[in-house]
Ligand binder design. Structure first.
Ligand SMILES: *Cc1c(COP(=O)(O)O)cnc(C)c1O
Length: 441
């Protein structure tokens, strides 16, 4: 795809459209005292409309704030299931509780191993650890930022009880390969689709292809009710167990005191559900907007050597674009560090982040493994084995090179996207001068 192209040639090609482009991209970087490429803010989040206010006030005035006496959560669940093309949907307090309830309902417990990617939000592994199971890390595919299916068989043992892939950034993990491994090794697969609202794998909605899928509606997510989550599945028995788990272990007669299993209160409120319902139409429009902008960004990025957008897996027919992720190669930028590149972008009015640090090395894991409960469950020998296996070389490298743009930036205009690319071109053409700032930290 990527044609080698000289900077002069590239700037020339871009300048063919607006004559000012070359001035913009050649101008002095803001970090060195030039005028920033943009001064306006990117679209804010959340976006509030009149119908959100009405939806909230309706619940408020109804006096039915809890799902047991209201009907809004139920309506949201029906709507979410219909939009995703799945039989059952259960709204939860948040995405973490969707994961906890699903793993609980599927019987994940002490002694089990759950295969997870190391490139994900901490909640993916917290859900595993809270059930006193061990998260076992596959490695990341450097090109796609997703769990590398080739790394999964290497970490399967006779204790493996589940594969829990994440659709990172809203783009699909390789579901063909992962579901195939699950089938061959008789392991259930659960999708962490917490970033993947309306993303697709071969035309089917993410979250609906495995045994179950979990979503988050936390404030930063593409569908947002402050906090919120959902579990979806075609399996009626599993849904019954999830529902029970999230309702303090009550049996199907939810109103009563018939407790049939250990559980927790992970229920959504009617207020959250009302906000989710009122945003349903707009959420789909917004995903189309992100799609268009992401395609334009990718086109521009492909013309700049040294910034490589995360490649979509072949079956990923649509990304939710929760994040626009790319790799920054400092070799192509005269050795300019990623940290200074990020500072230079921020100075141009384009905030980006370096994204995750290696989750498999977070102190929280050692702290949990050495806790009294875990030591009671796992013999030292097993924890030693776990530590020896815990290596993710590709992921370590990715965490050094990754850069993220957030989903709200993708709700801007096409010109906004051009400014992002222009800022990169400008920084690149002054990379040697900017590098002097590396040393000063
Ligand atoms: C946001 C997120 C979660 C957790 O969702 P909350 O609603 O914040 O609890 C889990 N997994 C991933 C990949 C996420 O991005």
């Amino acid at each position: 795809m990527k044609k080698p192209i000289s900077r002069r040639g590239f700037v020339g090609a871009v300048a063919a459209a607006p004559a000012a482009a070359a001035v913009v991209t050649n101008g002095k970087p803001a970090l060195l005292g030039g005028a920033p490429i943009r001064s306006e803010k990117f679209p804010g989040w959340p976006m509030v409309r009149d119908n959100d206010e009405r939806a909230l006030v309706d619940v408020l005035r109804s006096g039915k704030w809890n799902r047991n006496n209201g009907g809004v959560a139920k309506r949201f669940e029906e709507s979410w299931a219909r939009l995703l093309g799945v039989k059952h949907s259960l709204a939860t307090a948040n995405g973490t509780s969707a994961l906890i309830a699903t793993l609980g309902a599927m019987g994940i417990g002490p002694g089990d191993e759950v295969i997870v990617p190391p490139y994900t939000f901490v909640a993916t592994i917290n859900a595993v650890l809270l059930h006193h199971a061990l998260p076992v890390f596959g490695d990341t595919d450097l090109e796609t930022f997703q769990i590398d299916p080739r790394s999964i068989p290497n970490v399967i043992t006779n204790r493996t009880a589940m594969i829990l892939p994440v659709h990172m950034g809203g783009s699909a993990a390789n579901l063909d390969a992962i579901l195939e491994i699950g089938k061959a090794r008789k392991l259930p697969v659960v999708e962490d689709a917490c970033q993947a609202h309306f993303g697709e794998w071969r035309g089917r909605k993410l979250g609906t292809l495995a045994a179950a899928g979990c979503f988050s509606f936390q404030a930063s997510k593409n569908l947002n009710s402050g906090e919120g989550g959902a579990i979806v599945t075609d399996d009626g028995d599993l849904m019954e167990r999830c529902s029970s788990f999230h309702n303090n272990g009550r049996g199907a007669d939810a109103g009563g005191f018939g407790y049939v299993r250990n559980g927790a209160n992970l229920r959504i409120t009617e207020f959250q559900a009302a906000l989710l319902l009122s945003q349903m139409t707009r959420t789909q429009e917004q995903s189309r907007q992100r799609d268009l902008n992401a395609a334009h960004l990718t086109k521009r990025f492909n013309e700049i050597a040294g910034v490589t957008p995360a490649r979509l897996e072949n079956g990923c027919t649509r990304s939710a674009w929760h994040l626009y992720m790319f790799r920054y190669s400092k070799e192509a930028f005269d050795g300019l560090s990623r940290a200074t590149f990020l500072k230079a972008m921020a100075a141009e009015g384009i905030p980006c982040s370096r994204g995750y640090v290696p989750l498999n090395k977070e102190p929280l894991i050692e702290a949990t493994l050495s806790s009294r409960g875990f030591r009671a469950i796992y013999p030292e020998r097993r924890l030693k084995e776990w530590r020896e296996r815990n290596r993710c070389a590709q992921n370590d490298r990715l965490c050094e090179e990754a850069v993220w743009l957030t989903q709200t930036m993708l709700l801007g205009s096409k010109e906004d996207m051009d400014q992002i690319a222009d800022a990169i071109v400008r920084i690149k053409s002054h990379a040697a001068a900017l590098r002097s700032l590396d040393a000063r930290g």
